[in-house]
Write a protein that binds this ligand. Structure first.
Ligand code: UDP
Length: 495
């Protein structure tokens, strides 16, 4: 209403790039719609967020969209001697020992967050906090504020996990390696190998954490997804109506909606450390034919054994395709594998990025025709937005469900044959070079299902853009949430 102050939403992201970047993008897109946004974060992460916010405050994007300026508030991250954190400049110990530190990090931020909320709650209309901060639901409720959980995953994966948690799916199933578990009541027939699922008996701590997170999300005002409706056919309805009667909004892909794709340089800056190789890599791609390069990257947390690295190198060699391969700094592979990059047999066909790659730009380069991915949700969504089909190689968390969505529901990918749910520090069965090469050739193929997948992927890319444009489903969901919060403000004000 005229004369009323704009909505004020407090965003509280988790500290890993796969959570932090999409939430920052999400804040930018709400600011562009006139919402006053404050991002609450830790000192180390503030610089990453600041680059997003500066862009939003200063860019043609926000001024042309009549955006509201955003601000950042910093809470201290208690010094508890996370040894790797000092070296890596992260609040959270480097992502590769993330599992050990994960619970600790989630807990450490509780106190500073609660203190901030006590001081500022009167000025805030809603809290959007990462789903992992389960305790923030209670903290917001104490001040009468609606807490909206931000899910850094697909709605599909979320619905599957929810089913697993609520029904005794393991009871009627043997614990054979190959046993298949049916997940009842979902819009699609979903069957998952037991070995690809988190096993409560083997991972009691993770399981307990999952239960806490899901319970907190159910008790929250609603849930925000970085996704769009046609990408997950039937799931928004399922989620809202049948399954949980939950409020849920799909407002993505946020990287498209926030305009971050349009600013090449700042996308690099968001990542914190754009490798000097990045520009050279993009120029290397410029010289390649359209759709002739496969991009190979496994996000920020995947670690392969030296043996798996050798097989991957062999697979890329056998595939006969051009490739860009990202070997993350800090992974075992980065230091120990002798076959990369100098002695790499196919060096003239391939480009290796050591460190941080400009993934979104690479995926959107016309030379790129396929993506070998671990199915992290951001990577999956970025591939979908760029219209690129995938070779799926999931490892843990939501990745096997995302693979299912990509391969079975959407038909835009081929599985490499990953079978075991195991975190980055555990041993995985090695996937042979031949299997890797075969799936790359299928996805990159001009004929057969390769062509069909490419066509389908291109169409999804167009739909992703349509979703965030004015009148698109994600654009409308943002508007709907804002209206609900404004209505809530009026009704709270009246009582
Ligand atoms: N990313 C990137 N360059 C890299 C590695 C990762 O830009 O070299 C980005 C990638 O584009 C994505 C995010 O980091 O946005 C990784 O998130 P995802 O959910 O795919 O995987 P996670 O790292 O959380 O397992």
């Amino acid at each position: 209403k005229d004369g009323e102050p704009p909505l004020h939403i407090l965003f509280f992201p988790f500290l890993l790039p796969g959570h932090l970047i999409p939430m920052a993008d999400m804040a930018v897109l709400f600011a562009a719609r006139g919402v006053r946004c404050t991002v609450l974060t830790t000192p180390v992460q503030a610089s990453t967020i600041r680059s997003v916010v500066d862009r939003a405050n200063g860019s043609s994007y926000s001024s042309s969209a009549a955006g509201t300026p955003m601000s950042i508030s910093v809470v201290p991250f208690p010094d508890v001697g996370l040894p790797m954190a000092a070296q890596s400049g992260r609040d959270l110990a480097t992502s590769r020992d993330y599992h050990d530190r994960f619970l600790q990090t989630v807990e450490l931020l509780r106190e500073p967050f609660c203190r901030f909320l006590s001081d500022h709650h009167a000025d805030i209309d809603a809290v959007v906090s990462d789903s992992l901060f389960h305790w923030s639901a209670h903290a917001a409720a104490e001040h009468g504020l609606p807490r909206i959980a931000f899910l850094a995953t697909s709605m599909f994966a979320r619905a599957c996990t929810d089913t697993v948690l609520r029904s005794n799916v393991f009871e009627s199933c043997s614990d054979d390696h190959g046993a298949v578990v049916s997940l009842p009541g979902l819009p699609h027939r979903v069957e998952q190998r037991r070995s690809q699922m988190m096993d409560p008996a083997k991972r009691p701590h993770e399981w307990a954490m999952f239960q806490l997170i899901h319970a907190a999300d159910r008790s929250s005002y609603g849930e925000l997804f970085n996704s769009f409706r046609v990408l997950e056919p039937g799931y928004a309805e399922h989620y809202r109506a049948t399954q949980l009667r939950r409020r849920a909004w799909l407002v993505g892909p946020v990287a498209l909606a926030s305009g971050s794709l349009e600013d090449v340089a700042s996308r690099g800056a968001v990542a914190g450390a754009l490798s000097p190789d990045a520009a050279v890599c993009l120029r290397w791609l410029d010289a390649k034919q359209a759709s002739s390069v496969v991009y190979v990257s496994f996000g920020t947390m995947t670690n392969f054994s030296p043996e798996q690295m050798r097989e991957l190198a062999r697979g890329l060699d056998l595939s006969g395709k051009n490739f860009v391969w990202v070997i993350a700094k800090g992974s075992t592979a980065a230091s120990s594998d002798p076959s990369t990059p100098d002695g790499f047999p196919t060096a003239n066909r391939g480009y290796i990025v050591r460190g941080w790659a400009p993934q979104v730009l690479i995926l959107n380069h016309p030379a790129v025709g396929g993506f070998v991915t671990h199915c992290g949700w951001n990577s999956t969504l970025e591939a979908v937005s760029a219209g690129v089909p995938m070779v799926t190689w999931p490892r843990y968390a939501d990745q096997f469900y995302n693979e299912k969505l990509v391969v079975e529901v959407l038909g835009v990918g081929v599985g490499v044959g990953a079978e075991d749910y195991a975190s980055c520090l555990e041993t995985h069965r090695v996937i042979a070079g031949e299997a890797i090469a075969e799936s790359i050739r299928r996805v990159m193929g001009e004929e057969g299902d390769g062509a069909a997948m490419r066509k389908e992927a291109k169409e999804l890319g167009v739909m992703a853009r349509g979703a965030v444009e004015k009148g698109g489903s994600s654009y409308d969901d943002v508007g709907q949430l804002m209206e609900e919060l404004i209505a809530r403000r009026s009704s709270v004000g009246c009582t």
